[in-house]
Design a protein around this ligand. Sequence first.
Ligand SMILES: Nc1ncnc2c1ncn2[C@@H]1O[C@H](COP(=O)(O)OP(=O)(O)OP(=O)(O)O)[C@@H](O)[C@H]1O
Length: 310
Amino acid sequence: MGARLGRLRQPLRRADHHGPAVLWSDRPALRRPRPGAGLAERHGALVTALEQTLDTPVASAPQGLSVQARRVSHAFTTKTGQLPVLDEVSFTIEAGEFVALLGPSGCGKSTLLRLLSGLDAPREGKIGADGVRITGPDPSRLLVFQDPTLYPWRSVRQNLAVGLETRGVLKAQKGRIDEILRLVGLEAFADALPHELSGGMAQRAALGRVLVNDPRLLLLDEPLGKLDALTRMTLQEELLKIWQARRFTSVLVTHDVEEALLLAQRILVFSDRPARIIRELAVPLDYPRRREDPVFVALRQEILSGLAPH
Ligand SMILES: Nc1ncnc2c1ncn2[C@@H]1O[C@H](COP(=O)(O)OP(=O)(O)OP(=O)(O)O)[C@@H](O)[C@H]1O
């Protein structure tokens, strides 16, 4: 433990703002809860079921995408002029890595996720996946938002089917829906409508809807931000287990330093807008992590002191 803490006492490494050059190419069964069961009972059944499911590795898990960002700058045109949002942001994310993005509200974290998803293109700089420049959205790179945004008239199962329907592969891949329902612990709620779900279940369904498409890069924009503390903790554990089972690359935007420390292997800390990376740190802790671990406590303190207004 002494050695681990010793490492932490060194100042956090400044981020490499430009990174190495990259070669770019432009080539394009569960038990149903008894009727009338209370929420706690139903929730308990779900957690147990999820744990059982995750004991079995998923054979079809795709390999994660690596991510490269080089001197990425972005701005928005507003009524009052140009609004600079990102300022020469450079980083690399390894395939299968879990990285968290932390930073002040409004600094540009969601904008960066949109660029990674391909929904927007950066004004300057290059952004790529597996060394291939990102030029638009792709089912291998998918976003999960703070609000679950489920179709209210469709059941959980039908919501999960959306991506497969859009790609015309629903018939061929119907089995995937059951696999993912099990993975997110919602098999018993497959026929429920979104308004019948708790906030945590709705967010699981939204996650499932994305996972059905086998993303290789999962972009998580504060997906747990609106949940109560207890549900949030449960979903943090579940998200971690799903990532461990499937090993896609994860990029999580969060305001919550503890959440970043519980989940991420590496944390990028951003400045106020226009966002620059001001710190980058690897989290030298095995999973599952404990908030009381002295290393965890020291890292939390270190990050919070860096984020505090000077
Ligand atoms: N489409 C847009 N047009 C104009 N301005 C925008 C647009 N999208 C975002 N912005 C502005 O860009 C800045 C960065 O927004 P962004 O949502 O990326 O920040 P954030 O770090 O994710 O914030 P939060 O943590 O509060 O969610 C904000 O000032 C926001 O108002």
